[in-house]
Design a protein around this ligand. Structure first.
Ligand SMILES: Cc1cc2nc3c(=O)[nH]c(=O)nc-3n(C[C@H](O)[C@H](O)[C@H](O)COP(=O)(O)OP(=O)(O)OC[C@H]3O[C@@H](n4cnc5c(N)ncnc54)[C@H](O)[C@@H]3O)c2cc1C
Length: 391
């Protein structure tokens, strides 16, 4: 077998999109996924393509949406993307929190018609809401089936010649400051490759630096409950946080020990409500936990919290529960590009709560860097901001 030009590690949204772009750009590519495509957060998220409240990430979102539209136009998408956004409601039981959310959306530089709706008004706009709920309405947000974007890029990649090896856990082979391929963990087999791209979400730092010294990305665990509401809200609902705009997953856990204990003694206060409906499936979320929780024990608290915003949730049984880890970087922005200190080793990871909304654009940037079609990384996204590896 000819050695591939690029070995990609990780079959989430970022790895599948990168593999597809690399192959379309003429590279020989093999993608290694230890489980199945979309087994991680890329298959278990809430399913909304939405502009992050961060000007550095906004362009990644715009480019990603264009790429999804191009997939849809070619018949490769299956995302059901509408022409207009569904709308996002940042909801709260306290109108002052909804007002603070509106101020903070405006301060984030988004030039949008943001509106605050008081108790009663919000329920008139979105009839499923409780009368007591206030909201900040932002005209963004496209619901999509959670795993579909990753599946679509997997199919596009296969067609472009990407070799996809599911059920194959690998690690980069690094010798003398150079990545020369990957090693299959189960067998010890080595496969040479011209370059190695680590796109393994929250598991990326451990692959880049097994010593544990380099850890710019950590997992933030989320649990989402799947229900079928008879008459679901049309808009995306997210609980507004006290600090203002939606925390969207960036909320640091003050006490990792306490977070780890969630599950057995879970309460509604561990939950920040969200509701996204795509097709006949509504995803009710979610948690933001440092340690892997007991997902089943969180179903009741998630639905209880949800029912305080959308009363119909109380009468709707859970169809399923899914859990996964957001790959959250220290500064909330992804790491895109060369790992300083190792030749031939690249990373595209750290998308936190925004990977479905920004991952494909990130993947395109790193694919172009590897193919030599671009030479610099957009400001604020270069992995070098976290220093290099000491080998
Ligand atoms: C509850 C929740 C809700 C979310 N909702 C949204 C949302 O509505 N909108 C949005 O934009 N984003 C959302 N996100 C964030 C989004 O899901 C992630 O940012 C994104 O999926 C990360 O993609 P990734 O490809 O970097 O990582 P992952 O999806 O984690 O993929 C990494 C893959 O690498 C594989 N892997 C790991 N180690 C190895 C190895 N050694 N060898 C081979 N394979 C390996 C894993 O099995 C995994 O499949 C949500 C996240 C969570 C947890």
């Amino acid at each position: 077998v000819t050695a591939p030009d690029v070995a990609v590690i990780g079959g989430g949204i970022v790895g599948t999109a990168a593999a597809a772009f690399l192959a379309e750009g003429g590279a020989r590519v093999v993608l290694f996924e230890r489980a199945t495509l979309a087994a991680g957060a890329s298959g278990r998220n809430s399913g909304v393509v939405q502009s992050p409240f961060d000007p550095v990430l906004a362009q990644l979102y715009v480019d990603t949406l264009e790429r999804y539209r191009a997939l849809e136009a070619r018949g490769d998408g299956g995302l059901g993307l509408k022409a207009e956004p569904a709308g996002l409601m940042l909801v709260s039981h306290d109108v002052a929190v909804a007002e603070a959310a509106a101020r903070s959306v405006r301060a984030s530089g988004m030039d949008l018609g943001v509106e605050v709706l008081g108790p009663g008004e919000a329920a008139r706009v979105e009839p499923g809401l409780a009368q007591s709920v206030a909201a900040c309405l932002v005209p963004i947000g496209y619901p999509v089936p959670p795993a579909q974007a990753t599946r679509a890029f997997g199919a596009v990649g296969r067609r472009a010649g990407v070799g996809i090896r599911e059920g194959t856990e690998v690690e980069p082979l690094v010798r003398d400051g150079r990545a020369s391929g990957v090693r299959v963990v189960a067998t010890g087999d080595e496969l040479a490759a011209g370059a190695v791209l680590v796109a393994a979400g929250p598991w990326s730092p451990a692959l880049v630096d097994p010593s544990g010294a380099w850890r710019p990305i950590r997992p933030l665990w989320g649990v989402v409950v799947d229900i079928a509401l008879a008459d679901p809200p049309r808009r995306v609902l997210e609980e507004a946080e006290i600090e203002g705009v939606t925390d969207a997953g960036g909320r640091p856990e003050a006490d990792a020990e306490a977070a780890g204990a969630v599950g057995e003694h879970a309460t509604e206060t561990d939950v920040s409500f969200s509701l996204v409906t795509a097709g006949d499936s509504s995803s009710v979320g979610s948690t933001f936990l440092e340690r892997e929780p007991d997902a089943d024990a969180l179903v009741a608290p998630i639905l209880r919290r949800g029912a305080t915003f959308v009363p119909a949730i109380a009468a709707t049984p859970a169809r399923g529960v899914r859990m996964c880890a957001r790959p959250l970087s220290v500064d909330g922005r992804p790491l895109l590009g060369r790992i300083p200190g190792v030749d031939g080793l690249w990373i595209a990871a750290g998308h936190g709560p925004w990977g479905i909304s920004t991952g494909p654009a990130s993947a395109a940037i790193v694919a172009d860097l590897i193919l030599g079609r671009r030479s610099s990384v957009p400001s604020g996204l270069d992995p070098a901001r976290f220093g290099g590896l000491r080998l």
